[in-house]
Each structure stands twice: as C-alpha cells, then as structure tokens.
Design a binder for this molecule. Sequence first.
Ligand SMILES: [Zn+2]
Length: 427
Amino acid sequence: MVLGSTGIQGNSMIKRPIALKTLNQYQILNAIRIAGAISRTEISGIIGHSRATVSNITAKMIASDLIYEKKAEGSSARGRNRVMLAINPNAAYVVGVKVSAFRVGCVVCNILAEVKSSVVMPVRTSERPVQFVADLIEEAIRHCVKEAGLSLKQISGIGIGIPGHVDNREGVSYWSPLFSRDTASLRELIRKRFRIETYVDNDTNTVTLTQLWVGKGKGINNFIVVTIEDGLGMGVVIDGELYRGSSGFAGELGHFVVSRGGRPCRCGKRGCFEAYISNFGIVNGARERCLRGDWQHDPADILSYEEVLKGAEEGVAPLVETFAQAGQYLGQAIAGLAQLFNPSKVIVTGNGVRAGKLMFTPMQEAIAENTAPDILAATEVVVHQWKDTDWSLGAACLVLEEFYKSPFDRCVAAEKMQEALGKEGAK
Ligand SMILES: [Zn+2]
C-alpha cells in the first residue's frame, strides 16, 4: 500500500475535525496496535461503539490485509478459542529521516514501527542549500530501502524531521539552524523525486511521536517530551494527540527567555532556556568561565561538549557548576510545564541526557522546589536513555499517524499513484 496525494495534500497534518468513520477506523487500529492482539468485544469496550460497528469495520480491514484473525493463546482449555485481531506487520512500510547539523539519519520500519533498516550519514548539513540537503536525504532513503530488502514501490510514505520552526502543512522551514527559509519546499523536493507522499515536521514533534507510538508515552494520553541536544525542544501530547498549535510552531520551550540580558542564544535573543540547558549552552557556559579565568583550557574558543562533560565528571568545579545551573533551569522549566499542562509524565531525552546526575540531581531539586505539591505528586519525570534511531523513527511515525487515520483512503489513493507512476515512469 502506498500513500497517494489525492485529498491529503497541503493541510493534511493540520488539526481538523475528523469524520466519524475515520475516527472509528483510527481508534480501532490504535486499540489493536496498543494491545498487540485483542478481541472485537474488547475493542468495542475501549472505543465505546457497538460490537456490530466494530465487526463491520474490522471485516474491511481483514479483507485489505491490514489485520488478521488469530486464536487467543491458552484459551482452548475452556473448550472454545477466542478470536483475536492483530495487525499484519507487513501491511505497510514507511521511511523516517532526521536531519541535524552534522548528520542525516534514516530508518525503514513496518506498520508497527518496528525498524527494518537504519543508516546514519555523518555529514554537515548546516548552512547548505535545501537542494543539497534533499540530495543527502535521497541517498539515505535509497540505501535504507535497499538494505531492508524492499523496493520504493513498497514504501507508503516518507517522514522528515528537521529542527526549527516548521510549517508541516507546507513542509516549509521558517527558521532553522540548518538552512534559512528557501523558496523550495523540502517536502515538495522529496515528494517529486520519489513520487511518494512526504511529510515534514519539527524534529522534537517527531521524537514525541516515537514516545507516543513505541516509547514511554505508549498508552498515555497526556505527556510532555523535553529534548536536550544542540537545541532544547519540547513536544506536547494532549488527549492522545500531538499538539502543534495554530501555525505548527507550538512547543518552543528553548527560546523562552528566563534571564533578561543573559547568555546569548543561537536565535539572536539573550537568556533563553536553550542558552543554558542545551549542549551548545553548556559549552558556551564553560567558555565564559574559561575566559573569566575560573579554569584553564587552551584555546578557550575551541571547546567540545565531550571535553566539558569529561572535566565535570572529573570534578572541575566551574564545569560542575555549569551543569548544575543547566539542571536548575531545566527543573524550573519542567515545574512550569507541569503546572501549565498537568501531564501525567514528563520524558527528558536527547543526547544531552549523557550529563546524568550532574544535570538531573539539580533538576529534581528545582522541580520539587517550584511545583505545587499536588501537581508534583501527579507528575512522573523520567530521563529516557537516548537512542540514535529515536529521531528518525519518530519521523516514520509521522507517516504512520496519517496512515492509521484513514487506511482505506490511502489504499484507493495508492492505486491512483501507481497508475500515475506507470504512465509517467518512476524516477
Ligand atoms: Zn533563543
């Protein structure tokens, strides 16, 4: 099955009223996915629709090879096997790509978000034209699809995560540390090259989807993901759906100013959370202390995050203090988020979690100090060990999110896309 362009161009990712039929399909597929295997009666209990409605929709799903019937394990002792429904893992495959300043990561996964192949290309993408980035993405996708033993015709959609302000309806980046806004839409460039439906979103939104689909947010309706890397990002899930805001820019925690006239930030402002908590912020903080003469590093302007972390782990006081300050700001930020959104869980992830206790002990102290007790008791804060594939897998989940909403429409659109492919010839 391949996602087609019919009816899902342009505003496909914007939050919009969902038709009842579509909502029912989505709820049923999601219930099966979260349970692994589940009976029709159990689905009916979860989504609140009659068993007849569930039977009607699941019959179509079985006919389309989206799901299949299987006998419940261990139920034969009662003389009658319960029939369970499970998702056919080979019903669809999707591609996820994460573009960051110094690498392009790509995964191919199946409809259950199980990774079939992955690749990371260490290459500088920052300050390069969007066409150059599209070339890299194309190469990564072709390699990864081949590695998975698949052909491009078997790919249902492509998801791409990039840092910065992304309008996911148009696939345009308004501001990104990678490239300035370009007349060419990254989404359209990739879509035309492969003739496969393509989605682009902010990278923290995609990593939040990873948590929602296969991570610590699976089955949880209200949670927040905070990512610490070169930037500081945030994704919010409200009532089981990723919240994007009116323009798709929601979750800009990183550029929330906390210290007027404070440390310079990459966005051009001063005193943003990101300027203290992100890996860049940590390095800049260490550099400031070095220039002030608090510790020695030669030369002061060439300093890596790894060096700063190693120094702090060895107990160099100014570096320990730099991480502690970052942790305190992070705790303040999380306390504010807990009080604003009342999530049941806050997941802190990204490669910045390597800082460990240096950052997270002060973070816990600041959370306890700044959060109302009843809200504190209702919020679990977890630090999730980062995996390299988490980002690109999230971009793949961006496609799966759309697929689950209307799988049958996608099948019809796929046939049209295949027809178009036949006439025009795939690249
Ligand atoms: Zn900023």
